[in-house]
Design a protein around this ligand. Structure first.
Ligand SMILES: C[S@@+](CC[C@H](N)C(=O)[O-])C[C@H]1O[C@@H](n2cnc3c(N)ncnc32)[C@H](O)[C@@H]1O
Length: 229
């Protein structure tokens, strides 16, 4: 059980000056870059704790490679998946930017994103989004999820992730943890804002995923209350 209303949390995106809206712009620019640079052919994307899909769905609508992408977004709160579905249903045709007539497929699942089974058929993926996750799970689970990312991401595929920059600032060790697990740094946002965004390319072999749960979503405030952060 988490510690806040995750539907209301998304309202912060409505304020363009909010940290969250600024973080979203950075995440979207990294998704655009990852899609633009991806090898030709069909692409697979997954979003873990996807929320309302505000990062991935609009980018799929506007990039030439959007039509090549089969995506699965996994999110627990049905109010958020309802918004994501509306967003996906409203995707305009991308005929103006590509020969395809629509985004290929966006599958929005209301369910537990910690379970590796949730991504069956789409992993290893070309693009893995781990946004809004690491601030809400224990350090041990951050490490476990990064380790699991070697099974979620194809060799050469990209992970785009976020970690808030509070005191103590945990952004750098999360970036290092990727680099200790066969990921190479493609982008890290500059220090300064309260949010951090990273992009890492998987350079190692795809490793088998142990079945079951990668993390327990605790929530930032609850982690603090329990002395876990
Ligand atoms: C901080 S928000 C991030 C949402 C989105 N990735 C973004 O960056 O806009 C975390 C989301 O995780 C969802 N969540 C919490 N536990 C979950 C779980 N076990 N499986 C799937 N989603 C979960 C919450 O409902 C919330 O929407």
């Amino acid at each position: 059980m988490s510690d806040r209303d995750w539907y209301e949390w998304h309202l912060q995106y409505e304020d363009p000056d909010s940290h969250l809206a600024q973080r979203l712009a950075t995440v979207q620019s990294r998704i655009r870059a990852a899609l633009d640079e991806a090898p030709p052919g069909p692409l697979r994307a997954i979003s873990v704790v996807a929320g309302q899909g505000r990062d991935l769905i609009p980018v799929l609508a506007t990039r030439p490679r959007g039509a090549d992408v089969t995506a699965r977004l996994v999110e627990l709160d049905p109010r958020n998946t309802a918004v994501a579905r509306e967003l996906a249903d409203g995707l305009p045709p991308v005929a103006s930017v590509s020969s395809a007539s629509s985004v290929s497929s966006v599958d929005i699942v209301t369910g537990d994103a910690s379970l590796v089974e949730a991504y069956a058929g789409l992993i290893p993926a070309d693009l893995v989004l781990l946004c809004g996750l690491f601030g809400n799970i224990t350090d041990e689970d951050i490490r476990a999820t990064i380790s699991a990312a070697r099974g979620l991401t194809r060799t050469g595929g990209m992970v785009i992730w976020t970690r808030g920059r509070f005191t103590p600032d945990e952004f750098d060790w999360v970036a290092s943890a990727f680099e200790e697990n066969d990921f190479e740094r493609v982008f890290v946002s500059a220090p300064g804002p309260r949010y951090g965004v990273g992009q890492h390319r998987h350079t190692g072999p795809v490793l088998p995923l142990p079945p079951g749960s990668m993390f327990t979503f605790v929530g930032r405030h609850e982690l603090k209350a329990r002395g876990l952060r």
